[in-house]
Design a binder for this molecule. Structure first.
Ligand SMILES: Nc1ncnc2c1ncn2[C@@H]1O[C@H](COP(=O)(O)OP(=O)(O)OP(=O)(O)O)[C@@H](O)[C@H]1O
Ligand SMILES: [Mg+2]
Length: 227
């Protein structure tokens, strides 16, 4: 029986699960926020790979890169998505938010049709390019997260968080999501190193503070024991 009857889902990130009582809460939506190159897309792919390895049906929606880019990037870490796509275990799709003003309906339909239990969306920041009015962006994000949650999937969504601002792009992601994980750099140049902080995780006694993180040839590794 899981603790407090809360079912958890492994993120697939070595070390991160230990910071959050074993994983994210099943059916929750977590934002992964960070500046350019902090590892948001790799996080998504690793999260999806974990689901695929466990036999889950998964969905990866990319708003920025092409599916081929995502597949090529994944291959660097030895993650072969091709077979899963062929077997319809993975739905990997590019969505143009400009063309599909209602990004949520199709997604919901596909989640039901393919019995998807795990979703990654990379990156919500692109919504800012398409919806001029900031209120509209917030509305869309809110709608997207609520729609995902209504299906029962466990979701992660990435978003841009410029380091100098230390707040998400639209200032709403942190509040709408169940969890917020921040990826960032400490230091500059050759001396810079990566860190990960769980800013918020509902229903979870998360370990506070920032922890060292590395991107290795096997993906992202978080080192909770180093502090
Ligand atoms: N095999 C590897 N070994 C170590 N580091 C790697 C490897 N492959 C990629 N990286 C690192 O991962 C970073 C890119 O990660 P990723 O694409 O997930 O970042 P991102 O946060 O999605 O960036 P963006 O905001 O540009 O989309 C690169 O900057 C590089 O430093
Ligand atoms: Mg990216």
């Amino acid at each position: 029986m899981p603790k407090n009857n809360i079912e958890r889902v492994s993120t697939g990130l070595t070390g991160l699960d230990k910071l959050i009582e074993g994983g994210v809460v099943k059916g929750s939506a977590t934002m992964i926020l960070g500046d350019a190159g902090t590892g948001k897309t790799i996080f998504c792919t690793q999260f999806i790979m974990e689901g695929l390895k466990n036999g889950e049906n998964c969905m990866f929606i990319t708003f920025e890169e092409t599916p081929q880019d995502i597949m090529d990037d994944a291959a660097v870490f030895g993650w072969d998505l091709t077979d899963y796509i062929k077997k319809r275990k993975l739905i990997l799709e590019y969505r143009d938010p400009f063309q599909t003003t209602d990004i949520t309906t199709l997604m919901q339909e596909e989640i039901v049709a393919y019995k998807v239990t795990r979703v990654a969306i990379d990156s919500t920041s692109v919504l800012g390019l398409y919806f001029k009015d900031e209120h509209e962006v917030r509305k869309q994000l809110y709608k997207l997260i609520q729609a995902l949650k209504s299906t029962g999937v466990t979701a992660i969504l990435t978003g841009e968080m410029p380091e100098d601002v230390k707040a998400s792009r639209f200032g709403v992601e942190e509040y709408v999501a169940d969890g917020v994980i921040r990826l960032f750099y400490i230091g500059a140049g050759d001396g810079a190193y990566r860190q990960l902080e769980v800013k918020k995780m509902r229903r979870t006694n998360q370990k506070k503070g920032a922890f060292p993180m590395e991107i290795t040839d096997k993906g992202i590794v978080v080192k909770p024991s180093a502090l």
